[in-house]
Design a protein around this ligand. Structure first.
Ligand SMILES: [Zn+2]
Length: 184
């Protein structure tokens, strides 16, 4: 799945707080956005879907942080908890996309995400056929929808940016490998 979908899922994870602790919902949504994007920074350095993807170990941060946020609900504890939660959910949900190859619609890679505790790659499930597929963009839109109405003006703007970036990426996705091969 593309980074905008992971960001949108991170935001969506903050939706329950709009009911139980509305004053903390925006900070949770911002932290969820950041945590949803964070693992994919390993596209820039290291091994993508391995260096910053931890489908197992992020939970070791997320679960105690969530417990602390329940016991002591403040912006700081909520931000840390939702950051780790979104990064953990991102790392797990990459399993339901494609592999790490440049043209994931060809399905030649068996590497969806690296499971550090077992020192092996998990194979892709292709529920979302590849990052930037039409269904991936649909997920971005659906998961960002609460961001348009439930968290205030800053998150509304960020949600619109996310939907626009996801839409642009979806439009050019299949042309990207050729562009990369030519220029990089
Ligand atoms: Zn990822």
């Amino acid at each position: 799945m593309m980074a905008t979908t992971h960001a949108a899922v991170g935001l969506l994870l903050a939706l329950p707080l709009t009911v139980v602790a509305p004053e903390l919902a925006p900070v949770a949504a911002l932290a969820g956005l950041a945590g949803g994007i964070f693992p994919d920074l390993d596209l820039l350095a290291g091994v993508h879907r391995r260096t910053l993807h931890f489908p197992d170990y992020y939970w070791l941060g997320a679960l105690p942080a969530l417990a602390l946020a329940v016991v002591d609900p403040r912006p700081a504890t909520v931000a840390v908890a939702w950051f780790f939660l979104a990064a953990a959910v991102h790392s797990v949900t990459d399993v339901f996309g494609a592999g790490t190859e440049a043209r994931p619609w060809e399905r030649t890679s068996v590497e969806a995400v690296y499971l550090h505790s077992r020192r092996r790659w998990i194979r892709p499930r292709y529920w979302v056929r590849y990052d930037g597929a039409p269904e991936d963009f649909l997920l971005t839109v659906v998961c960002f929808a609460p961001g348009l109405t439930q968290f205030g003006p800053t998150l509304r703007r960020l949600s619109l940016v996310g939907i626009a970036v996801g839409g642009g990426y979806t439009l050019v996705r299949k042309r990207l490998p050729a562009v990369e091969e030519r220029w990089l």
